[in-house]
Design a binder for this molecule. Structure first.
Ligand SMILES: *Cc1c(COP(=O)(O)O)cnc(C)c1O
Ligand SMILES: [Zn+2]
Length: 503
């Protein structure tokens, strides 16, 4: 719909002008820095940063009700820059002009009510999957990448940067996303990605290769790759695209804004369940709800549950200590996990988690962020169960669902509440684990026993006469094909217990 056709009082708000005064703030020493250069850590103390808007209070001058209308009406606009995460422009990147925004179809992923049978099986809690696998590179990483690359384009457009070499370490999805967005900005940006050798799926490896990125495979696990890109970004002029980059966090906050909007901004009794790896996502999810709450757009904060595999659970372990003054963070050495995208022992965003969880609980007036741990078996079984019931959950989406089931058992969530479970990527990215499970070839170290009821394998159907089969370029004669088709359909019918119809 065209702007002129919207109600008069809302028209002035629909197309945002760049404003707001963003700055980086250090989570260690509180120092503030202007955003006209790319910073990843505090130049003084080396801690991670978050981006804030000095003029955030200006946003409160518009009522929560009006904001809701702005976002609801913007949904009807046909302006590409406002179709993705920047529908929430004032909250995502208020300084970015629409002309610098890159939109590749990210965001606004569907929220799908889980099949009733699956809800019952999972403990009777009403829940929805939010399918972030329906993003362009098939994971939620596109939200943060759209933000980080729009910011870089803004720097290029304003001659504040040029000839950018973007780098990232990845468990697979960050590199797929970074390479995709960077390739859209060719030749201004080139990308290089570092992957742990043999620790990403073939689908994930194909993605940055297909986008034309320079792909480096490094021996070790993700945490090792991360240290190398950190060294690169300290010593060379490269743009770091890991979630250490605070622009990634900003973009990923859109996940929460969309949940709020899709539930008519009614967050009472809602629970959001997310898997944790490098902990950028859970930081962004909490931050997003906090901002909408502070601006009066939602009137309560939903419960947040972070889930980790027992093979990579440093955040869960940190929060096992109930007294917040006695908690000590210890990195863990990861073991193989089918939730490979979250297989991280030393999460870069841990300081963000600590700060934001405190704030979230304080503002909620009670504990409102919880952590739970699941086994590899639970992760794999629940992702297969979900997919058997009409969903497209990746293994991390299985991890979230397994977390919901455990949280219900522990009483962290009750059946008066409604959960929104994060399916962070598309199932096809991790289909190799499904293959190994079905073929019972999954490595011992994963500690997964395939459940016969979930195994599904193809059946090769051959005719009685193995000589008379069609092949590429060698069709059977009409007579032979009739016999072949008869044989094969009889065998399929027998497998499916079909009775012949009377005709
Ligand atoms: C990156 C990723 C995660 C983990 O998110 P963090 O922000 O690193 O905690 C989970 N699932 C998928 C599919 C991912 O790509
Ligand atoms: Zn600092």
């Amino acid at each position: 719909m065209k702007v002129d056709n919207f109600p008069k009082d809302i028209q002035q708000f629909l197309i945002p002008e760049p404003k707001g005064e963003l700055f980086y703030q250090c989570l260690g020493c509180d120092a503030a820095y202007p955003i006209n250069e790319l910073l990843y850590v505090c130049p003084k103390c080396g801690q991670v940063l978050l981006i804030h808007n000095r003029n955030f209070d200006e946003l409160k001058k518009i009522s929560g009700k009006t904001w809701q209308q702005i976002f609801d009406y913007r949904r009807m606009l046909n302006i590409p820059a406002l179709k993705g995460i920047y529908r929430y422009h004032e909250f995502i990147g208020p300084n970015i002009p629409l002309a610098s925004i890159i939109y590749l179809g990210e965001g606004h992923t569907p929220i799908i009510e889980a099949n009733k049978k699956l809800q019952d099986k999972a403990g009777g809690i009403k829940f929805y999957y939010k399918n972030d696998g329906q993003n362009p590179s098939a994971s939620f990483k596109d939200r943060g990448m759209a933000s980080a690359l729009s910011y870089i384009k803004y720097l290029i457009d304003n001659k504040l940067a040029s000839n950018i070499i973007a780098v990232c370490a990845s468990t697979g999805d960050t590199s797929a996303s970074a390479a995709l967005y960077a390739s859209y900005l060719t030749p201004d940006i080139k990308s290089a990605v570092l992957l742990p050798y043999k620790k990403v799926t073939p689908q994930q490896l194909s993605q940055p290769l297909g986008s034309g990125a320079k792909v480096f495979e490094i021996p070790g696990v993700f945490d090792d790759c991360m240290k190398i890109v950190e060294k690169l970004s300290e010593e060379y002029p490269v743009a770091l695209l890991n979630s250490k980059n605070a622009w990634r966090i900003l973009g990923q906050e859109s996940y929460s804004y969309e949940i709020a909007q899709d539930f008519e901004y009614e967050m009472q009794d809602k629970v959001v369940v997310v898997p944790i790896g490098n902990a950028g996502n859970i930081s962004a999810v909490m931050n997003g709800f906090l901002k909408f709450y502070e601006a009066g757009i939602i009137n309560c904060l939903p419960k947040v549950i972070g889930v980790q595999s027992e093979h990579a659970d440093p955040v869960y372990r940190y929060y096992l200590e109930p007294d917040k003054n006695r908690r000590v963070f210890k990195p863990v050495t990861v073991k193989p996990s089918v939730a490979q995208a979250a297989m991280i022992g030393n999460p870069v965003s841990m300081p963000r988690v600590v700060a934001i969880v405190n704030k979230y609980n304080d503002i909620s007036g009670r504990q409102n962020v919880f952590f739970t741990q699941v086994t590899e078996q639970e992760i794999m079984d629940w992702s297969l169960e979900a997919n058997r019931n009409g969903h497209i959950a990746c293994t991390q989406g299985g991890e979230s669902l397994a977390g919901l089931v455990n949280a219900a058992k522990q009483g962290i969530i009750t059946n008066k509440e409604i959960a929104i479970v994060d399916a962070t990527a598309h199932a096809i990215k991790f289909s190799g684990f499904q293959d190994q499970y079905f073929q019972k070839t999954i490595d011992k170290e994963y500690e997964i026993e395939p459940n016969q009821n979930l195994i599904n394998l193809p059946t090769l159907v051959m005719p009685e006469n193995h000589e008379k089969i069609p092949a590429q370029g060698k069709p059977l004669s009409d007579e032979d094909f009739k016999i072949f088709a008869g044989d094969i359909s009889r065998k399929i019918a027998a497998e499916l217990n079909l009775e012949k119809t009377n005709s």
